[in-house]
Design a protein around this ligand. Structure first.
Ligand SMILES: Nc1ncnc2c1ncn2[C@@H]1O[C@H](COP(=O)(O)OP(=O)(O)OP(=O)(O)O)[C@@H](O)[C@H]1O
Ligand SMILES: [Mg+2]
Length: 464
C-alpha cells in the first residue's frame, strides 16, 4: 500500500485509551506455560502433516535425472541400460507407463554400490575413505545465535549421505532444531548425549575407587544417575532417521541440565577429563568405525556441551554472516576459545609437569570460518575485508542466501529434502548449487585431512 507522504510516521498519534483497551491482563509465571503449550500444540499439528503411519518423517524419492546428474555420475542412457541388464537391481517406480523412474535413497545407495563394484576405477562412484582410519568429527559452532550453524550442519550431513558416506549427527543444542530436522524422538535426557558424559564421569569415579580400595580406603558409591549411565552405550542413544545412512543422537530441553551437572561433577573430581568424555565414549563403543563422518551441532553458547563438542572435533566450522556485528562477535568467540582451551591446558599441564608426564595440547585438523547467508550485491566489500584479515581460516566459498532454506518447514528441511518439481528449475538449481558448493569446500578439507593421515601412516609403516 502506498503511503501518503504527508502522513505522520506510525509511531505518532497512538491513542493511549485504544492501546490500553487492546492489552490483556499482566502475565504470570503460569502464562509462560500456557504459551509453551500453545506452541507445542501448533508444532504437533504441523509435524503431523505428511508423516507416515508411525508418525515418522519420510524421505522423498529421487528421479533418474537427479541420480545421474547429482549422485552417480553416469549417462542416463547407460544408467537405464545397466538397470535393464540387471533385473535384480532396483528398477524404480513411476506414476505413468512412460514416466520418469523414481528411487528411494536406500535404492540409490544399492545402485551406487553396484556401479562402484562394476564401473571404471577412476570414477567417483564410491566416496573416498582411507582404510583403518577413524571417522572424522566435525563440530559446527559459534556462540552467536542464528548464524547458520544448524542449517550448515544439516545440509552437510545430507550432502555427505547423498555422497554415500555413513553419517552420524549429534545434537548438543537443547533447542533440538537438528533433532526436529531429522525427525528425532527424544523422550528425555536419557536419549541424548547426556548418558555418555555421565558414563565417562562414572568410569573416572570407578577408577578412583579402585585406587581408594588399593589404599585401604572406603570407595564412594555412584549415585543413581551414574549407576544407570554405567549400563549405557552410544548405541542406546543413537536412533535411525528417515535418511537410510544418517543416524542421530538427539537433543531436547532436558539436555540443558548437563550445563549444571557437568561442572558439579568436575568440582567433585578435579581429575576428570571432561573434555575427553564424548570422544572417549564414541571410540569405546565403536562409533568411530561405524560411521565415516560425524557432525556435531552446538548451541549458541560456549558452555560445557559446546566445549565437549569442540574438544571432540577434528574439524571446526564456524559459520558467520558477512556483517560487522557477526564478524565482531566471531572474533570474540575465537578469543574465548583461546582462553578456554588454554586454561584447560594450563591446569592439566601443571599437574603433568609435576608428575613428569607429557602435557595436554588440543589440536584440530582444520578450523574454518564459513560465510553464510551471503548477499553478493550488498556484502562483497565486507566479505573481501574479512577474507583479507582471516586468510586461509575463512573458507573461500561463501554460502549464498537462498530463499529455499527459509521456506523449509517441518516436513521438508532444506534443499536436499525438497522435490525439485516444487520449484522453478532455476531457483532450485541456484539453491542447490550453493549447498553443493558448501559441501564441496568441506569435502576438500575432509579428503585432504584423510590423505594427510594416510600418508603419515604409510610413512610410519615404512620407518618401522
Ligand atoms: N544460506 C541461507 N540462506 C537463507 N537463510 C538461511 C541460510 N542459512 C540459514 N538460514 C536461515 O537463518 C536462520 C538461522 O539459521 P540456523 O538455525 O541454521 O542458525 P543457528 O546458528 O543454528 O541458530 P541457533 O544459534 O539458534 O542455533 C534460519 O531461519 C535459517 O533458515
Ligand atoms: Mg542451531
Amino acid at each position: 500500500m502506498a503511503q501518503d507522504p504527508s502522513a505522520l510516521p506510525p509511531y505518532f498519534n497512538i491513542d493511549t485509551d485504544a492501546a490500553q483497551a487492546e492489552l490483556e491482563a499482566p502475565t504470570s509465571t503460569a502464562g509462560f506455560a500456557r504459551i509453551a503449550e500453545a506452541c507445542a500444540r501448533g508444532r504437533a499439528d504441523l509435524a503431523s502433516r505428511g508423516l507416515d503411519a508411525e508418525g515418522r518423517k519420510q524421505l522423498r524419492l529421487f528421479s533418474t535425472w537427479e541420480i545421474t546428474r547429482y549422485l552417480i555420475p553416469v549417462a542416463q542412457a547407460h544408467f537405464r541400460r545397466v538397470l535393464r541388464a540387471n533385473p535384480e537391481l532396483p528398477q524404480g517406480v513411476s506414476d505413468t507407463e512412460a514416466g520418469a523412474k523414481w528411487f528411494s535413497l536406500d535404492e540409490v545407495l544399492r545402485l551406487r554400490a553396484f556401479f562402484g563394484a562394476q564401473g571404471a576405477r577412476s570414477k567417483n562412484y564410491l566416496p573416498y575413505r582411507p582404510k583403518g582410519l577413524p571417522a572424522k568429527l566435525v563440530a559446527v559452532a559459534n556462540f552467536k545465535g542464528g548464524v547458520g550453524k544448524t542449517s550448515t550442519a544439516a545440509h552437510l550431513a545430507m550432502s555427505a549421505a547423498l555422497d554415500g558416506y555413513r553419517v552420524l549427527v549429534i545434537d548438543l543444542d537443547s533447542q533440538g532444531s537438528m533433532t526436529s530436522i531429522f525427525g528425532g524422538q527424544v523422550a528425555d535426557e536419557w536419549k541424548t548425549a547426556f548418558p555418555l558424559l555421565a558414563r565417562h564421569y562414572g568410569e573416572h569415579l570407578r577408577a578412583e575407587n579402585q585406587r581408594r580400595l588399593d589404599r585401604g580406603e572406603a570407595p564412594q558409591p555412584l549415585d543413581e544417575t551414574l549407576a544407570a549411565a554405567m549400563e549405557m552405550t552410544a548405541q542406546d542413544v543413537i536412533q535411525p532417521t528417515h535418511w537410510p545412512n544418517i543416524d542421530l543422537i538427539g537433543a531436547q530441553l532436558n539436555l540443558y541440565w548437563a550445563e549444571f551437572q557437568v561442572p558439579v561433577w568436575r568440582m567433585a573430581a578435579r581429575g576428570w577429563k571432561l573434555w575427553d568424555a564424548l570422544t572417549d565414549r564414541l571410540e569405546a563403543d565403536g562409533v568411530l568405525d561405524a560411521y565415516d563422518v560425524i557432525f556435531i551441532d552446538t548451541p549458541p553458547a560456549l558452555g560445557y556441551l559446546t566445549i565437549n563438542g569442540l574438544a571432540a572435533a577434528d574439524i571446526l566450522l564456524v559459520p558467520l554472516g558477512a556483517s560487522f556485528l557477526e564478524f565482531d562477535s566471531t572474533g570474540r568467540f575465537f578469543d574465548m576459545l583461546h582462553s578456554t582451551f588454554a586454561s584447560i591446558e594450563e591446569g592439566e599441564n601443571m599437574a603433568a609437569r609435576a608428575l613428569g608426564r607429557p602435557g595436554l595440547a588440543f589440536e584440530w585438523d582444520a578450523v574454518r570460518a564459513v560465510i553464510t547467508r551471503y548477499d553478493g550485491a550488498q556484502q562483497g566489500e565486507l566479505a573481501a575485508l574479512m577474507q583479507a584479515y582471516l586468510g586461509r581460516t575463512l573458507s573461500p566459498h561463501r554460502q549464498d542466501f537462498t530463499a529455499l532454506i527459509g521456506q523449509a518447514g517441518e516436513q521438508v528441511s532444506g534443499i536436499y529434502e525438497a522435490d525439485y518439481r516444487d520449484f522453478n528449475r532455476e531457483t532450485y538449481a541456484r539453491g542447490r548449487e550453493t549447498f553443493d558448493a558448501t559441501y564441496a569446500a568441506f569435502k576438500r578439507l575432509l579428503l585432504g585431512i584423510w590423505r594427510r593421515e594416510e600418508l603419515a601412516a604409510a610413512e610410519t609403516e615404512l620407518a618401522s
